[in-house]
Design a binder for this molecule. Structure first.
Ligand code: MTE
Ligand code: MO
Length: 161
């Protein structure tokens, strides 16, 4: 057995896919490249009650914008058909709309946390943090995938605005 006892444990990676020009695989270390934000969040869990945490990480909007979402940034209406699907390694998942985190619309300061209560999340993977949510269910931990989907367009939409 030549395996070193100090061999690195597998580091979690999240896969950013979908309607983006630059799909990516991102570790927690990669997510440190964006400006970091700290936020204290309180949320209620239906089973375990109130929880309070200090989270740190980049804005989801900053990370996804740099991946080149497939809309025309000059046309605000073009962003309204985009969904963001977030999946945890255990299969827990949730949806956000692009407009929810867009500075021109909902402006929710949603984070991709790389740390919780000053503990790094390198091994567990990043956690979605939604300071605006009263309930904890969308604070998806161990994020494995983020899929940007711009196909929700059941009818033709007006060209401008
Ligand atoms: N991956 C994953 N993230 C998850 C969940 C889950 O089951 N899987 N549960 C959610 C729920 S219901 C709550 S309240 C918060 C906090 O859950 P915890 O008490 O397990 O930390 O995490 C959320 N994130
Ligand atoms: Mo919960």
């Amino acid at each position: 057995m030549s395996q070193s006892l100090t061999a690195a444990r597998p580091v979690a990676e999240l896969e950013l896919t979908g309607d983006v020009a630059r799909p990516a695989r991102l570790t927690v270390a990669d997510l440190l490249a964006w400006p970091q934000h700290r936020v204290r969040v309180s949320f209620e869990c239906a089973t375990s009650g109130m929880q309070h945490h200090l989270f740190e990480g980049p804005l989801l909007h900053d990370v996804l914008s740099d991946a080149g979402p497939g809309f025309d940034p000059a046309r605000r209406k073009d962003r309204l058909r985009f969904l963001i699907a977030v999946t945890g390694a255990d299969g827990h998942h949730g949806l956000l709309s692009w407009a929810e985190i867009d500075p021109d619309f909902g402006r929710a300061p949603v984070l991709l946390a790389v740390g919780i209560d000053d503990t790094p999340l390198d091994l567990a993977g990043p956690q979605l943090v939604l300071p605006q949510d009263r309930c904890g269910a969308r604070h998806i931990s161990g994020i494995q995938g983020i899929h940007v989907d711009g196909r929700y367009a059941p009818g033709a939409s007006p060209a401008t605005g």
